[in-house]
Design a protein around this ligand. Sequence first.
Ligand code: 5GP
Ligand code: ZN
Length: 137
Amino acid sequence: MSDCIFCRIIAGQIPSTRVFEDEHTLAFMDLGQVNPGHVLIAVKKHAANLFELDDVQAAAVARASTRVARAIRDAFKPEGLSVYQANGKAAGQTVFHYHVHLLPRHEADGMELTWPVKNPPREILEGYAERIRKKFA
Ligand code: 5GP
Ligand code: ZN
């Protein structure tokens, strides 16, 4: 038996409250429910994080997230919806099986993500961009 909690949920070995599934993804209610309607989209085949996804899984997650987000919007009529996805402990990931959070949002709902902007000059941006672009060459 897998020691990955989301693999066990996907296999039906431990209970979950499911809302949607397709060949590559399973959507189920997050136990934490930051706001009512908080859903997780997980890939069915284990991948620890975004870096381990193949293109088929990546596309399937985007499609499922979009469809489930619309269903949450229609069901709960939130004022907004945040898509949150963490990779690695430093990024806040706590379950190391790739998943996307769909979080219905309301004004002053207490969810906070601090965002310390640096606003570097254009030359610095160019240097950062060049480091990334080189990886596609
Ligand atoms: P992360 O911090 O990795 O982005 O999010 C993990 C999420 O998984 C948390 O929001 C937590 O509430 C949820 N979670 C952890 N264990 C379980 C579980 O056994 N079942 C469900 N449905 N959600 C879980
Ligand atoms: Zn897993």
